[in-house]
Design a protein. Structure first.
Length: 245
């Protein structure tokens, strides 16, 4: 039996069951969920959902959405189902075991959010454990991953991505011929430091210009989270709400 922990997200509004030794969700998943824009009643896919951190955080913030989590790892999905039941969300989320490289349902979702594997083939050594394996591109590289995500969008659907900042040029090259209204939201570790993560979104059937958003500074001088980061991580605020303040 896999050893697990049960961890609090969004100030305890979400409880997530995670493996002790496998991939463990962090703030990337929470910020991805906070970045999602979707109309009430929209169908949203979490592509590569793992144990369901982003799915459950979005479900807590937006109970009006119909959510689906998809992942190739049946063990991760089993934990996601347990967490959904623990949070009284079992009837609100569908979980699908599938590989991205096998193809996704076409034009089935109003929004897709995804945290693709961060490392391209050949970057670093081949990982030996499941925690590291989750960061390594496998059967589907980033181009295939984003291609499938875009094909899964309905007309005017919106794609939301969290990824490494150094791969932003590649992401933009892959999505800009097909998506418009592109928005980039950097996550700055501290004021004056280079971003290590970026959130990127784009929509089908919209050609408005791309925009670079102010982004979020995660940590203050004392090392603690800034009030803006805490609003997302603890209070479940949307990034759109922070931008509009």
């Amino acid at each position: 039996m896999t050893a697990t922990t049960t961890d609090d997200f969004l100030g305890g509004r979400v409880r997530l069951i995670q493996p002790v030794d496998g991939y463990r969700a962090g703030i990337d998943a929470v910020f991805l969920a906070a970045f999602v824009e979707a109309a009430p009643g929209a169908r949203v896919l979490d592509l590569g959902c793992g144990t369901g951190a982003a799915t459950l955080c979005l479900a807590a913030r937006r109970p009006d959405l119909a959510l689906t989590g998809l992942d190739a790892d049946p063990r991760a999905l089993a934990l996601a189902r347990e967490s959904a039941a623990l949070n009284a969300m079992a009837d609100r989320i569908d979980w699908i075991a599938a590989r991205v490289e096998d193809g996704l349902p076409r034009q089935a979702f109003d929004a897709v959010m995804t945290n693709p594997p961060y490392l391209a083939p050949g970057q670093g050594t081949r990982p030996a454990d499941s925690r590291a394996m989750a960061h390594m591109e496998g059967g589907a590289d980033l181009a295939r991953w984003l291609d499938e995500a875009i094909k899964a969008l309905r007309p005017r659907g919106r794609l939301h991505i969290v990824h490494r900042a150094d791969r932003l040029p590649e992401i933009l090259r892959l999505i800009e011929p097909r998506l418009g209204a592109v928005a980039v939201h950097p996550l700055w570790p501290r004021a004056g430091e280079a971003a290590r993560r970026v959130l990127v979104a784009g929509s089908l059937d919209r050609r408005t210009p791309a925009v670079l958003l102010p982004g979020t500074v995660l940590h203050g001088a004392d090392g603690g989270f800034t009030s803006e980061a805490q609003a997302v991580l603890r209070d479940g605020a949307s990034l759109q709400a922070l931008v509009e303040q």
